[in-house]
Design a protein around this ligand. Structure first.
Ligand code: NAD
Ligand code: MG
Length: 363
């Protein structure tokens, strides 16, 4: 890897670093180098991740001379709600956290989104750092500043934009990640190549074995390249007014499938099916070749991701897709490929077009 850190724009000229390491041993050094000096830090983790990494992280942060406390959330998306956020607030109040203190999110996207939201709202906003431990959080949710929780049946309905001070990625933690969670992160990784960088897609194909073995250097290079793509897109459009929408490739139909399957299928797997539909529709428009379309399917399958699904009606998928928040006025905002590596926002697809894309991914 040529560089070990990426700087992401936060506000004006202030940038925060994403650092890439093979252990937690430079965490204290990174925290100490932040311009912000806190007296207390609360590590928020979940019930799966805490037994694995909380001790090491707490000890490392202790070297910074701060009082380190921990708050453990029950793992899982079903706990991503305001009740759990209240638990974090109560802990912070008990520990006398003030506006100069900070939070650290140690875990996947659920922990990151919730910790970020608690940080965005406690005392009208305190700082936080991200220590992402799933592939999905390392390449996706820890970057871009979106934080929040689910509300009733609505996913990510309540939230805030709040950027971290630091993202500390340790590639070694991927070794303990369950296979299905790793594959889910690969859905977003493959999407990054599809939307912006064909060379990256080729690199993924060439390094498939090392990636699947979770070889640290290869995984770190992959995370780095994915982060560079997300950073470039997000910096051009921090609050999602336009270009950032290309990151939603595979998510329009993907979200509908995720919802209709009651979240029993992983997010990345649903995105993979959505990407397959998008590639099919791009081919139908004549924007990518049949060879590229088949190449997209091959790459998804090579990383243990599905390219079709069963047990759903095409009409249900269409209706759920249209009721998704990615709707822009009346037209569905759909991300298509004008060539591999060049995603565009399209608003011209009719219901008939969408149905043909949906049929292509129903077994
Ligand atoms: P997650 O946080 O639920 O983690 C998945 C599972 O893996 C959990 O059971 C967790 O305990 C476990 N785990 C985490 N790290 C581990 C490790 N190293 N070893 C063993 N087990 C580990 O889910 P996720 O896929 O990381 O994130 C999904 C969430 O991210 C969703 O809520 C989604 O809305 C959100 N998200 C947010 C953004 C954003 O921009 N903020 C982007 C994408 C997704
Ligand atoms: Mg996603």
């Amino acid at each position: 890897m040529t560089e070990e850190r990426i700087l992401v724009q936060r506000e004006g000229t202030f940038h925060y670093p994403i650092v890439f390491r093979k252990d937690f041993s430079s965490l204290s050094e990174e925290v100490l180098s932040l311009s912000k000096k806190s007296r207390r830090i609360c590590v928020v983790s979940d019930s799966h991740v805490a037994p694995l990494y909380l001790d090491t992280v707490t000890k490392e942060l202790g070297k910074c001379g701060m009082k380190v406390t921990a708050y453990i959330l029950p793992a899982g998306e079903s706990n991503k709600n305001l009740d759990q956020i209240q638990g974090i607030y109560e802990h912070l109040i008990q520990e006398h956290f003030d506006r100069n203190d900070m939070l650290a999110a140690l875990g996947g996207g659920v922990t990151g989104d919730m910790t970020g939201f608690a940080a965005a709202t406690y005392l009208r906003g305190i700082d936080f750092i991200q220590i992402p431990t799933t592939l999905l959080s390392q390449v996706d949710s820890s970057i871009g500043g979106k934080t929040g929780v689910d509300f009733r049946q609505y996913k990510n309905m309540v939230g805030a934009f709040h950027q971290p001070l630091l993202v500390y990625t340790n590639g070694a933690v991927l070794k303990t990640l369950p296979d299905a969670e790793f594959a889910s992160g690969m859905g977003e990784v493959i999407k990054h190549g599809l939307i912006r960088d064909k060379g990256y897609s080729t690199w993924l194909a060439c390094n498939r074995e090392a990636i699947l073995e979770r070889e640290e250097s290869t995984c770190l290079e992959m995370i780095y390249r994915s982060c560079m793509i997300k950073k470039t897109v997000v910096e051009k459009d921090p609050t999602e007014q336009g270009e950032r929408a290309v990151l939603n490739m595979g998510h329009t139909i993907g979200h509908a499938i995720e919802k209709l399957k009651n979240f029993t299928m992983s997010h990345g797997a649903c995105v993979a099916v959505g990407c397959a539909a998008s590639a099919f529709l791009s081919m139908q428009k004549g924007w990518i070749t049949e060879e590229d379309y088949k190449g997209v399917l091959r790459q998804l399958e090579a990383f243990h991701l599905p390219v079709e699904t069963t047990g759903l009606s095409p009409e249900d998928i269409l209706q759920t897709t249209k009721s998704d928040k990615k709707m822009d006025g009346k037209a569905v905002k759909f991300i298509l490929l004008k060539g591999w590596g060049n995603a565009v926002v399209d608003r011209t697809l009719t219901d008939r077009d969408l149905l043909s894309g949906i049929h292509a991914v129903l077994a």
